[in-house]
Design a protein around this ligand. Structure first.
Ligand SMILES: Cc1ncc(COP(=O)(O)O)c(C=O)c1O
Length: 407
């Protein structure tokens, strides 16, 4: 056998998102780009903000000697100081550069964190539906993923989480705003989670950590306030990405921050810095680190994404699709009109040229994910096609009856 049996198994169950994205590319070649509605991948179309471009130009025109050399594995102190100040202002908790590791995107941040915490066989609780890469990251470091279904409205099922906790539980991994549902976990539910984990951690050598994947923390709608995990739970780590907020996923830049209020913060961050090197990342991309303090706070897209959410949510629910209203990120996760999400998504693809991802790709059959980080024009053209699909499945009848009854 030329490759690992485990990797072969993991690859077999690999990403539906990628599968659908590749199908979309083939269909575009066959039918022409303008005839395919591609809602498969969370790859933002917006260009980075002006501040980012200006700083990039400045560094190219006036390079700093040594700017392409190796650096501390945790990243440039001035970038980390800049971020520490930002988080301190946001939370009122005193962060320094020593609580921050610059990482190769959120993906890199999740991997160094999980590797630092997990021993073989340790368990990570993940509320589901979930971003499927989490399973691979956990497996990378010998961990075991324990999925716990969320409630109907995709809020945290705290009883379910309590039942899933064992002696081997080391981490609860939350992702808010959520991919694929767009839900933001409320401060109350996180407070309850924190109380539960504090009680469960009491007799342990190390606590149960909350690892918060905040890749979409800047894409929040309706002025909803985003709960700060550091204010809620001490043994917490937040992983942040600039992929979506600056529209630079190809540049691979993010960071992990450890809560200074956690007594073991220094040891944990020391392990993460060591792993940033030994997992082979060495450090996060130098130029991107230099740019961050100059990129400004003008993040790409939240207003445009909200408009897109409003149009899609308003129209699709009017057509009879049923879904929880997204509060952030740029995904929505409607129910499929038939139980078999794969059959529905295949039909949408083959007969309507709408490409989405089946819910089973996120651990939840009976749903499908729409990534609406696409041009408005694509959304507008797709609406009558979604309507035709809705009619084919008899959706919207209820909505019409309800409207008539209201009159
Ligand atoms: C929930 C979630 N976490 C992490 C990532 C990866 O982010 P990055 O590009 O910073 O590695 C993504 C990317 O789509 C994501 O959806």
């Amino acid at each position: 056998m030329a490759i690992s049996e485990n990797v072969k198994k993991l690859m077999g169950g690999s990403s539906w998102v990628r599968k659908m994205f590749e199908t979309a590319a083939q269909l575009k070649l066959k039918y022409g780009e303008e005839n395919i509605f591609d809602f498969t991948l969370g790859n933002p179309i917006e260009e980075p903000p002006q501040g980012f471009k200006a700083a990039l130009k400045e560094f190219a025109l006036k390079p700093i000697p040594g700017m392409h050399r190796y650096m501390p594995n945790s990243g440039y102190p001035e970038t980390r100081r800049f971020l520490a100040q930002q988080i301190s202002e946001e939370t009122g908790i005193s962060f320094t550069e020593n609580h921050i590791v610059m990482t190769v995107g959120a993906a890199g941040g999740m991997n160094v964190t999980l590797k630092a915490i997990l021993d073989r066989g340790d368990e990570v609780i993940v509320p589901s539906p979930y971003f499927v890469e989490f399973g691979f990251y956990i497996d990378n470091h010998g961990g075991v993923m324990r999925l716990v279904d969320t409630n109907e409205d995709f809020s945290l099922d705290l009883e379910g989480i309590e039942k899933a906790i064992t002696e081997r539980t080391k981490v609860v991994l939350i992702n808010s705003p959520n991919n694929p549902t767009g839900v933001i976990y409320s401060a109350e539910s996180l407070q309850e989670l924190a109380d539960l984990l504090r009680a469960k951690s009491k007799e342990r050598r190390i606590p149960i950590y909350i690892l918060a994947d905040e890749a979409y923390r800047t894409i929040i709608y309706d002025n909803i306030s985003f709960p700060k995990i550091f204010e809620i739970y001490e043994p917490s780590i937040s992983v942040v990405s600039y992929s979506k907020s600056l529209g630079v996923p190809g540049e691979r830049i993010g960071y992990a921050a450890v809560n200074p209020l956690y007594a073991g913060a220094e040891e944990l961050i020391g392990a993460m810095i060591f792993l940033n090197r030994t997992l082979g990342y060495i450090n996060a991309p130098a130029l991107m680190q230099r740019l961050l303090p100059h990129a400004g706070t003008n993040h790409v897209g939240p207003r445009e994404y909200q408009r897109k959410r409003d149009i899609l949510y308003g129209t699709l629910t009017e057509y009879g699709y049923s879904m929880v209203k997204p509060q952030g990120s740029f995904y929505m996760f409607p129910r499929t009109p038939i139980e078999d999400d794969l059959a529905f998504v295949s039909d949408l693809q083959e007969n309507f040229h709408i490409l989405t991802v089946p819910g089973r790709g996120f651990g939840k059959e009976g749903y499908f994910r729409i990534a609406y980080c696409v041009e408005m024009e694509v959304i507008e053209r797709s609406l009558p096609v979604f309507e035709r699909a809705a009619k084919k499945y008899g959706l919207g009848q209820d909505t019409k009856v309800k409207r008539l009854l209201r009159k």
